[in-house]
Design a protein around this ligand. Structure first.
Ligand code: NAP
Length: 239
């Protein structure tokens, strides 16, 4: 597994992890969080998280699930402390208009830093309020300029970044050529619904030449599902 991209020495190495149903959905059409995997996969995800400098989600996930994105296992937290790190990775939210509620769990639960990426359209008052809890970085005019923001994270010393979703953010990262690896746990349920979130939502890619290409690194059964580990082949910015 490589660290950092030679072309962009400051940019973090990006690992996406999601759990999806057998029909490729991340949650229901109501965007309600669903238990897709079991204890063994939770533990794998916790270790993956603990091994990263930062963990990132889009504002859609914060508003839908209100996650804390903390490391749950005591052993994982102890390992981080021994390495002189905060117990939890830096928690990062992509949120152009600064819609995150100031009482969101991600801003309050567990020790460690928070970073919120906003664009110029965020209200200065809300940005000032968020600065009590997080470092706020302005990147982009309308939506967050993900490449520019990842460069900022790199310059803050973040070398390895885990992305938990959702599908809109992941599509934006893939489109910008910023994803290095993807783990997809596929569980034994069908959620259905043509508007239910998937791994890559957004506008999608229209031509074969613009599809992101992957190399399968590993596939193995975990409990009642299967874990696929992909490498994203070198891609130029697809937008
Ligand atoms: P999301 O991907 O979490 O957040 C998307 C939002 O990020 C956009 O709507 C946009 O909102 C903001 N954003 C800002 N700049 C962006 C850019 N350059 N590219 C892309 N997005 C940008 O939201 P979602 O797609 O609605 O996903 C949420 C759903 O996914 C929930 O139902 C959640 O339960 C599910 N989920 C499932 C898993 C799983 O592993 N099963 C994991 C995570 C989430 P603004 O314009 O307001 O900035």
């Amino acid at each position: 597994m490589g660290w950092g991209r030679n072309r962009y020495p400051m940019r973090p190495y990006v690992v996406v992890n999601v759990a999806m149903s057998a029909d490729g959905k991340l949650s229901t059409i109501e965007r309600r969080q669903v238990k897709i995997s079991g204890e063994q996969d939770f533990a794998r995800v916790d270790r993956l998280k603990a091994g990263c400098d930062a963990i990132m989600v889009g504002i859609g996930t914060v508003l839908a699930d209100d996650p804390s994105l903390t490391v749950k296992g005591e052993e994982c937290r102890e390992n981080r402390r021994r390495r002189g790190m905060d117990e939890h990775p830096v928690r990062v939210v992509i949120d152009s208009a600064a819609r995150i509620p100031t009482d969101a769990k991600i801003l309050h639960k567990g020790q460690g830093k928070r970073v919120i990426a906003v664009s110029l359209k965020a209200s200065p008052e809300k940005v000032a309020a968020l600065k009590q809890y997080a470092t706020v970085i302005i990147a982009g005019e309308d939506e967050v300029d993900l490449a520019k923001f990842l460069d900022e994270l790199g310059s803050m010393g973040i070398q390895r970044l885990m992305v938990e979703g959702g599908g809109t953010l992941i599509e934006g990262l893939v489109r910008a050529g910023l994803v290095d690896e993807i783990y997809t746990f596929i569980g034994n349920i069908i959620i259905g619904g043509k508007d239910a979130p998937t791994l890559a939502d957004g506008n999608g890619f229209l031509t074969e030449s613009s599809f992101a290409r992957l190399t399968l690194l590993e596939a193995h059964r975990i409990e009642k599902g299967i874990l696929l580990h992909w490498h994203v082949d070198s891609q130029e910015n697809l937008s």
